[in-house]
Design a protein around this ligand. Sequence first.
Ligand SMILES: [Fe+2]
Ligand SMILES: [Fe+2]
Length: 249
Amino acid sequence: MTDPVTIIAHISDPHLDGSERALARTRRVMTFLRGCAVDAILVSGDLADHGSTDEYERVKAEFVADVPVFLLPGNHDDRDPYRKVLLGTTGTAPINQVHRVGGVTLALCDSSIPGRPDGLLAPETLDWLRDVLAAATEPVLVALHHHPIPLDNPLVDGIGLRNPGDLAAVLGAAPSAVAVLCGHAHAAAAGSFAGLPLVAAPGIISTTRLPWTTTDELTWSNVADLDDVPGVVFHVLQDGRLTSHFRTV
Ligand SMILES: [Fe+2]
Ligand SMILES: [Fe+2]
């Protein structure tokens, strides 16, 4: 007998800054997803662009669906206004959350470092994740904003997760973990990390150019392709097996 299928739609990096462009791209993706039969939607960080209360009001208004929408903070987010508007709490501690959907547990780890573009899983986050994984009775998808492996773009790789070894040590001791999901790179990509599949969701706001796709030297002013269409990853879980489907919108 096979387990029921659980489908998670994974999107990332809307950077809702008040511009029409960001709003239109987010609405395009969310309109598409509201017409899809998925169990949940995951948005893996950089929800806001400057972390203002106004931006989180917009996040709250746009990321609405008939299924749960799970939100992760990224380096463009600010924990206190994020908490006030989206969670109804206050404080600057890491925003770690665990959710169950279908036959899956989602462990959402806050990898942001206040005021910095790169990422770090704080000791309290690693301890929390260790406990979540140990207590899980079903497969766990571990999500964080920052990529824990190089993604072949020197600029983006300079602002990845600073302590991937700490995360690998926690995952390596936990048979319940089935995959690691991230955003931040604005690039749909798949790899492996700590013996698990690693999937990065495309960016809603832009797509990073890869070095071998252009003769230009990549800099922060030209690395973002603003014309590429936004995309979605559908993670399908059944019988402890993950399949990830990439689609543009
Ligand atoms: Fe981003
Ligand atoms: Fe980011």
